[in-house]
Design a protein around this ligand. Structure first.
Ligand code: TXA
Ligand code: MG
Length: 339
């Protein structure tokens, strides 16, 4: 895999124009990009990632005008959000136009679109002259990559090139909101929070799959919701409760070999060598930025089981909670409810 930098973006654009895949940096996570209007190029993404064919991709644009060709309508509320949050970590789902190949949307009649803010992502899209379909550049099921090293670990030998744009500043994937039904509905929480969205456009629905395990008989609103996601190789268990309860519990659990605590800075002095912090207790942005790289680090430390401390589900804490609970396969021990 060749590692390109900001001086060789032309090379990245040429590869994309010729139907190849290139991993690009974005502010959220690295993306595995191809020309979104070339169905054959898009299908290579599914092979490289090992991604299920029925899971649609997000299309990335560099200019708001490019969205008009991709959708058949653009509701006013969607416009209010894009005006405020684009470029940035917000994806909107709208009815698609005919030029979008079925490979991108996995046969759905809607399309997910986002305008990233990372300057290199924007330059690559502009130089390519086409919108880019790009899922997170991890192997399917693994934590999304937030640095070039993560991309190389997952994708070396599967993709020709990666553009190094440094560490991702957000660290979790974009907020996804759908305008395909009457009331706007949040499919995936991210750095643009539900509260910020409601302040601008009023009440939205939060899809049940954001916090809870879907019954297998229910068809998910977004195909990605049914897959296990973001997981390290180790098993993850979410642990709820206050600091004292968490520490007492985890101290006992972590005396076993291969057991580790994924905790807050404030917990480390009580847990010692078996603890890895993913940020300060009240700093959800820091937790989001560090979460996926902590998962990868714990794997490299030989973790077999990870006891993760759970953030509150407000603001960006909801995004962190959502990634953790999916990584844990909804495995949750709530110590506050124990006798
Ligand atoms: O931050 C991000 O969004 C990153 C960067 C690279 O931009 N991309 C990303 O893509 O996270 P991916 O493919 O890992 O996640 C896209 C999610 C999936 O869960 C997929 O099912 C959902 O968006 N999705 C895409 N198109 C959809 C559609 N038309 N209807 C419902 N869900 C859709
Ligand atoms: Mg992904």
């Amino acid at each position: 895999m060749i590692v390109l930098d900001e001086n060789s973006l032309d090379c990245a654009a040429e590869l994309i124009k010729s139907g190849e895949l290139v991993v690009i940096p974005t502010e959220t996570v690295y993306g595995l990009a191809s020309n979104a209007l070339d169905g054959k190029a898009v299908s290579k993404i599914f092979t490289a990632k090992g991604r299920p064919q029925d899971n649609p991709l997000i299309v990335h644009i560099a200019d708001i005008n490019e969205a008009d060709n991709l959708v058949s309508s653009f509701p006013e509320k969607a416009g209010i959000l894009t005006e405020k949050f684009w470029p940035g970590p917000l994806t909107i789902i709208l009815p698609k136009s005919d030029i979008v190949p079925g490979e991108v949307t996995a046969g759905l009649d809607t399309i997910a679109i986002r305008m990233p803010s990372h300057p290199l992502a924007r330059k690559i899209i502009s130089l390519s002259g086409v919108p880019l379909a790009a899922p997170s550049a991890n192997r399917s099921g693994s934590p999304s990559p937030t640095s070039v090293c993560h991309v190389i670990d997952d994708m070396d030998g599967r993709v020709k090139a990666v553009v190094d744009g440094g560490n991702c500043t957000v660290g979790v994937e974009s907020t996804v909101i759908s305008f395909a039904q009457e009331k706007p509905r949040l499919f995936r929480p991210g750095a643009v929070t539900a509260e910020e969205i409601e302040d601008l456009i009023g009440d939205i629905e939060i899809d049940k799959a954001v916090y809870t395990k879907l019954d297998e008989t229910i068809k998910p609103s977004s195909p990605g919701m049914k897959y296990k996601h973001y997981s390290p190789h180790a098993d993850v268990i979410m642990v709820g409760g206050d600091q004292e309860e968490y520490i007492d519990f985890v101290k006992v659990q972590c005396s076993r070999e291969g057991a580790y605590a994924l905790c807050y800075d404030e917990d480390v002095p009580f847990l010692g060598a078996k603890a890895l912090s993913y940020g300060k207790k009240d700093d959800f942005s820091e937790q989001a930025r560090k979460l996926f790289s902590c998962f990868r680090k714990l794997d490299s430390m030989g973790a077999e089981i990870i006891f993760a401390r759970v953030p509150e589900r407000t603001g960006m804490g909801l995004a962190v909670y959502n990634r953790l609970i999916r990584a844990a396969g909804f495995n949750f021990i709530d110590l506050s409810k124990r006798q």
